[in-house]
Design a protein around this ligand. Structure first.
Ligand SMILES: [Cu+2]
Length: 149
């Protein structure tokens, strides 16, 4: 059956497309929902946001992230002190068992330090989150504008 190859390949592509349409990626009891990067100005660090669900019976500790589209990624937390917003580096963030943690503008975020050409409106870059126990979750982060959520 010569048609079997192309047909099954198309089915796999469709399955992948529907996975990204829900914007959720799951691995080993950890799922990542609504990942996105906030593009403000070319060559300036871009914030990375998502919601992390820990469906396991133990706490998980996010210790870092990496992406070929960012050169380097830092974990940051925005904090307002006397009306001034500051970003502080964070070593790790713990998500309790069966808990959810949002990385969102004004709070925890990834900092894409050296955005590559793929970090532009309408683009997307894969980002890998790394946990203390060695687990990783990789998701495609679409790039959106500063007013997006
Ligand atoms: Cu930051």
């Amino acid at each position: 059956m010569p048609a079997a190859g192309p047909v099954s390949k198309a089915a796999i592509v469709l399955a992948a497309a529907s996975l990204f349409a829900t914007a959720a990626v799951a691995a080993g009891g950890i799922s990542l929902e609504h990942p996105w990067l906030r593009f403000i100005i070319k060559d300036r660090p871009a914030g990375g946001y998502f919601t992390l669900h820990n469906q396991t019976d133990g706490s998980i500790e996010l210790t870092g992230a990496s992406s070929s589209g960012c050169g380097m990624i830092m974990l940051h937390q925005s904090k307002e002190t006397n009306g001034v917003e500051q970003m502080l580096p964070v070593k790790s963030v713990t998500v309790p068992a069966h808990g959810t943690l949002a990385f969102a503008p004004g709070g925890y975020h990834l900092m894409c330090m050296h955005p590559q050409p793929a970090v532009k409106l309408g683009g997307s870059v894969p980002v890998t989150l790394t946990f203390a126990d060695g687990r990783t979750v990789t998701a495609d982060f679409p790039v959106k504008g500063p007013a997006d959520r």
